[in-house]
Design a protein around this ligand. Sequence first.
Ligand code: ATR
Length: 274
Amino acid sequence: TAQFAVFGHPISHSLSPQIHHAFGQQFGIELEYRAIDAAPEAFAEAVRRFFLDGGHGANVTLPHKAAAFALANQRSESAIRVGSANVLTLQGDGTLAAHNTDGDGMVRDITERHSTDLRGHTALLLGAGGAARGVAWHLLDAGVATLTIVNRSPEPADALADAIGDPARAHTRYWHDLADIGSFDLIINATSAGVLGTALQLPFSLVGARALCYDLSYGAAAGSFLAWAKTAGARYAFDGLGMLVETAADAFELWHGKRPDTDPVYHALRQQFG
Ligand code: ATR
């Protein structure tokens, strides 16, 4: 059986093993997929050992995405733009290839599963850390009219806008100006506040009449942002569970050459998360 794993820290609650086994069942593919907890200082060695011991592919989650990118031998265009990787794949010649499927997964979840065309939307990206970088370029590729990046500390937001290098469309504003910057059609919460158990204090004025609010996290971590969005009158409020399933499907296709049907897996997980 082919061997796969997800590396993270912590990792015990990862849904990736369940998702990949469900995808495998769709094609009668038997696979071993486990969750490997590695502290940052042990990550590179744990990855090396996994691939030496017969590993074929690995997902990588917090806090290892930048390290995964750094240790790979080849890097996809998406991974290079973002500067981090969520997929590592063993190549025929023994080298490792890094991909980043986060942005594609999020856009596919919004545009296909939730049937929302992002073209022409004014977009607000909250946060400028790894998660925000992972989706910023893909929002522009999906056709948003403008991308306003707002981060609690301004430097990472400015660095991200500079890296995008499209000042007519992508620019930054200060966090303390959130009450004065009007409303948006699309608001993406890419901060780690929810994961850390903190609620963002956001003005309702951000939410436009047809607004779609999206949290990159899911479950309890997305709860307070989605509650805020609904109270503010957002037309749609979605968590990132669909994004997780879509990014997993991209990894599965890279490894197995087959495109899984994500809908049944998404709906089964949705039952678990309400
Ligand atoms: P991730 O990989 O999840 O993006 P990260 O790279 O550590 O993690 O980035 C965390 C992001 O959440 C940052 O944009 C951070 O803002 P700062 O750069 O100012 O630290 C943001 N964040 C975390 N807690 C927050 C809070 N309580 N309010 C606002 N932003 C917060």
